[in-house]
Design a protein around this ligand. Structure first.
Ligand SMILES: Cc1ncc(COP(=O)(O)O)c(C=O)c1O
Length: 393
């Protein structure tokens, strides 16, 4: 390996949401945080060099997005995702979550219904409800050891007030990398109802070995024409604090209203550091990412083997993409509050409770595998020790 993913960087008291939350907000100290989607690895050296160079300039006025930023992004999509995107089809946004809110406002009216495939990343719910629109759940099913989409009959596909679907691809938190066939079937279902598709593909580059990520808009010109893709290098390269993301729409009838929302929300100016970092990552982050994916895959294998050997009552559902996995803890027989307390207060590890993503995940927790192996091992050892005192195990 030419990049170091093993050294633990001390992030405590660095104003880190992931590392300071348990002590400052939950009032519990000494916890290993394995929750929010933020990795404990330093960004690739090409990124830190670009940031150092930008910081050394010492003048941080308003940026005008350079052509090299758009071409680095287009080059990345072509090279890594097999997806042809032109610079004039992209818009700069401060984050994918802001992008979700802008899409809800651009393409639906108050009272309209929007489909989400639950359980799902919690801001999908709030982007709909905070804007006075209504959620239509299209729950995933668990079949053959993995979650799959449900595209049959039912409210999402029949109600005339349903206008839009927000796709999570790859899916957080169930870790699926949707196949071309699954996405094709979804595209057909959305075409039949004439739904706008918002494809949140922020995890698209985090596809683990053996899987292939297919951008929804790359399926066909017809799919592209109804889609706004929201993406960013922020999960891939651990740059979430830099507030820089992209929206891609090849259909001017979608791009126009989306850009009008950017204008009316006063979000037209980018961030000088975000632009420098994201351009450097897209232009030269390939080798780092390839090694990261192998490392995450190793962490997933380690976690699977650990639970199977040491705490078989907890079942690990390894991800196909993302660095997030699910722990099925239903056999522990604890209610959701007891389960959270078990991990936070007894084991002293903090995960995202499953119900944060939907009631379907009662009894589950979401584990973040984006950390040095030694820290992961310490977290899992803590769980094994705490589980020894659980009755019936
Ligand atoms: C599916 C998904 N979308 C969006 C985000 C956050 O995007 P941003 O930080 O760009 O708002 C996350 C972060 O975990 C995510 O998992």
């Amino acid at each position: 390996m030419s990049f170091d993913f093993d050294t633990l960087v001390d992030r405590r008291r660095t104003a880190s949401l992931k590392w300071d939350f348990c002590e400052r907000v939950l009032g519990v100290s000494g916890v290993i945080p394995m929750w929010v989607a933020d990795m404990d690895f330093p960004a690739p050296p090409v990124v830190t060099e670009a940031l150092r160079a930008r910081a050394a300039h010492a003048v941080y006025g308003y940026p005008l997005v350079p052509a090299s930023f758009w071409s680095a992004a287009a080059g990345w999509f072509e090279r890594r995702q097999g997806w042809a995107v032109r610079p004039d089809q992209m818009s700069l946004i401060p984050g994918v979550v802001p992008g979700l809110n802008l899409c809800v406002k651009a393409f639906t009216r108050p009272g309209d219904k929007i489909v989400i495939q639950t359980p799902v990343y919690h801001p999908f719910y709030s982007s709909i409800e905070n804007n006075g629109r209504r959620i239509v759940k299209n729950p995933l099913s668990f079949q053959g050891g993995r979650f799959v989409m449900n595209l049959g009959a039912g409210e999402p596909w029949s109600d005339p007030r349903t206008r839009m679907l927000i796709l999570c691809s790859p899916h957080n938190p169930v870790g699926r990398v949707w196949s071309r066939e699954e996405l094709g079937a979804l595209a057909e279902a959305c075409a039949a109802r004439d739904l706008v598709v918002i494809a949140d593909e922020i995890h698209g580059d985090l596809t683990l070995p053996g899987r292939r990520f297919v951008p929804f808009a790359s399926l066909s010109p017809a799919a592209a024409a109804r889609t706004v893709t929201l993406t960013a290098p922020s999960k891939t390269f651990n740059l979430a604090g830099l507030g820089t993301a992209l929206a891609v729409a090849s259909n001017p009838r979608l791009k126009g209203p989306f850009d009008a929302q950017i204008q009316s929300s006063g979000l037209t100016i980018g961030n000088v550091f975000g632009l420098a970092a994201c351009e450097a990552a897209y232009a030269g982050g390939d080798a780092w990412l390839d090694e990261l994916l192998a490392y995450i895959d190793g962490n997933a294998a380690f976690t699977r083997d650990f639970f199977a050997a040491r705490v078989p009552a907890i079942k690990f559902l390894p991800p196909e993409g993302t660095y997030l996995g699910l722990l099925d803890c239903r056999e522990l027989g604890l209610d959701p509050r007891e389960l959270n307390d078990f991990f936070l207060r007894k084991a002293k590890v903090y995960f995202d409770p499953g119900p944060r993503f939907g009631e379907e995940l009662r009894g589950y927790q979401r584990i973040n595998l984006g950390c040095p192996r030694a820290l992961l091992e310490e977290g899992l050892e803590r769980i094994a020790r705490a589980a020894e005192i659980l009755p019936g195990l």
